[in-house]
Write a protein that binds this ligand. Structure first.
Ligand SMILES: [Zn+2]
Length: 308
């Protein structure tokens, strides 16, 4: 089995073949065992600040809100029990006293892995609905179908499906050194793997080579896939790679990066340890925390777990 990183490892059976069965979905919504995860402005209802957990609620108190046409998504089944997400923005239902709203990025590392993965599913699809209310083909308002997994246009009959945007993220390797970049948008000394969206008409390997060359001027040969991670901001799929660097001279694209630099395996191992311990200071080059797959790509290569 592959390694599981934050937002991966969703424990739900999505039962996608039954989403169109309206009678079945209605029966689930009438079942008192069914659980609802409310999100307001894409932030989930959460219980207890000291040991946070998603605030799954019984369906009864959400019936009126569902009746107003609120966005309701069938997430899947766990041990026979249905799980839905609902857009609670504007809902009259008040959160319980100990319920608060915490941003998904801050909350995810603090809750169970499977819960974070369900949260990624819920956040991505609710955000997609919020941004895709009109038909991309003819401009008419669209209707939700398939328990929240399709939008259909009543005029031109087009069906629109939730998108997932593939992003390649890679560590270019040259012997015992690896290439890290520092973002223009991020102040301080935070370095990370280079990354970029896959474009139409290219393979993942081609996207890896193109992004490394565009951002740093380095040419790459062999490319090896490591692992993936859903990244629900709003709906990316991070695809992690090692790439064999064929050249050494760096020419950064100033639009993309403030700086790119070769780091030794020992330096990266030490940066990984500091990022994992949360003991970074602004004066030293640092890496992302373990919520990000970049952390694990660097950890796996620097510890010798992965090679090209
Ligand atoms: Zn249309």
């Amino acid at each position: 089995m592959e390694d599981i990183y934050c937002f991966a490892g969703n424990p739900l059976d999505r039962a996608s073949e039954r989403r169109d069965d309206r009678a079945w979905i209605a029966a689930l919504l009438a079942d008192s065992d069914t659980r609802i995860l409310p999100l307001r402005d894409l932030k989930p209802f959460t219980r207890s600040k000291s040991a946070p957990a998603l605030d799954w609620q019984p369906v009864a108190q959400w019936r009126d809100h569902i009746g107003t046409g609120a966005q309701l998504i069938f997430l899947g089944l766990r041990e026979g029990r249905a799980h839905f997400a609902i857009d609670a923005t504007g809902a009259k239902v008040a959160p319980d006293v100990d319920t608060e709203l915490i941003d998904v990025r801050a909350l995810a590392p603090a809750i169970a892995t499977g819960e974070a993965a369900i949260l990624a599913e819920a956040r991505s699809i609710l955000d997609w609905h919020a941004r895709h209310r009109f038909c991309a083909q003819c401009g008419s308002p669209t209707n939700v179908a398939s328990a929240g997994w399709v939008r259909r246009c009543p005029d031109c009959k087009a069906s629109h499906f939730p998108r997932t945007d593939p992003v390649v993220i890679m560590l270019a390797i040259r012997g015992e050194r690896a290439l890290l970049g520092r973002n223009q948008r991020r102040a301080g000394s935070r370095f990370s793997c280079l990354a970029g969206f896959v474009e139409p008409g290219e393979t993942l390997e081609e996207a890896v080579r193109r992004e490394v060359r565009e951002e740093s001027g380095i040419r790459c040969g062999r490319v090896r896939y490591l692992a993936g991670q859903p990244w629900p901001f709003p709906s990316s799929l991070m695809l992690g790679f090692l790439a064999e660097a064929l050249t050494e001279e760096i020419t950064v694209d100033p639009e993309e990066l403030a700086e790119a630099r070769w780091f030794s395996r020992d330096e990266i191992r030490e940066m990984v340890a500091r990022a994992a311990a949360g003991s970074d200071d602004a004066a030293r080059a640092s890496l992302p925390a373990p919520i990000a797959i970049a952390h694990h790509i660097c950890r796996r290569w620097s510890s010798g777990q992965d090679s090209l």
